[in-house]
Design a protein around this ligand. Structure first.
Ligand code: THU
Length: 162
């Protein structure tokens, strides 16, 4: 039997160490939390999306009294970006969360379903999407979505490509 180790590299940094474009993306994710609709969890998540042409857009979580009908910030932001800019690749996404009027100290990372949607976008444009996870204490950077979802299911399996 063989063992294989899968590694992912994360970078930990402060806001002032980021390039201006990524600072603006984090700002957008934080701003997006203010427009989230989260009356049930009071957990306000914002996502900023940076497109290949420099456009920054975003979204936030949208909850529902019928809980499963709600949607996470990441998917709201990505579906918005992909529906409005269908021919422009996504370069990066930033995610921030607040509760009780305060941003979380540690970064939150996207749920499994959002990772799957992120992966589809990454594969769709054939370009890595950098993921920025914001926390007051530290910011985490992950070079590409595939790192967040090892052993994933994609069009490769569906169309028996590899
Ligand atoms: N949520 C997000 O929007 N993104 C995440 O990455 C984790 C969770 C939302 C879903 C729900 O509205 C609330 O946060 C609590 O789970």
């Amino acid at each position: 039997m063989q063992e294989k180790i899968h590694q992912i590299v994360t970078r930990i940094c402060r806001y002032d160490e980021l390039p201006q474009e990524y600072q603006a993306l984090i700002d957008e994710a934080k701003r997006q939390t203010e427009k989230s609709y989260a009356p049930y969890s009071n957990f306000h998540v914002g996502a900023g999306v940076l497109l290949a042409d420099g456009t920054i857009t975003g979204g936030n979580n949208q909850e529902n009294a019928a809980y499963p009908s709600g949607l996470c910030a990441e998917r709201v932001a990505l579906f918005h970006a992909n529906s409005q800019y269908p021919n422009v690749a996504v370069r990066a996404i930033a995610i921030a969360a607040s509760t009780g009027g305060k941003f979380l100290q540690s970064p939150i990372s996207p749920c499994g379903a959002c990772r799957q949607v992120l992966l589809e976008t990454e594969n769709r444009f054939g370009q890595p999407i950098e993921v920025l996870l914001y926390g007051e204490k530290e910011i985490l950077l992950i070079k590409k979505v595939a790192d967040l979802l090892p052993f994933n299911f994609s069009d490769k399996q569906l169309f028996n490509k590899e």
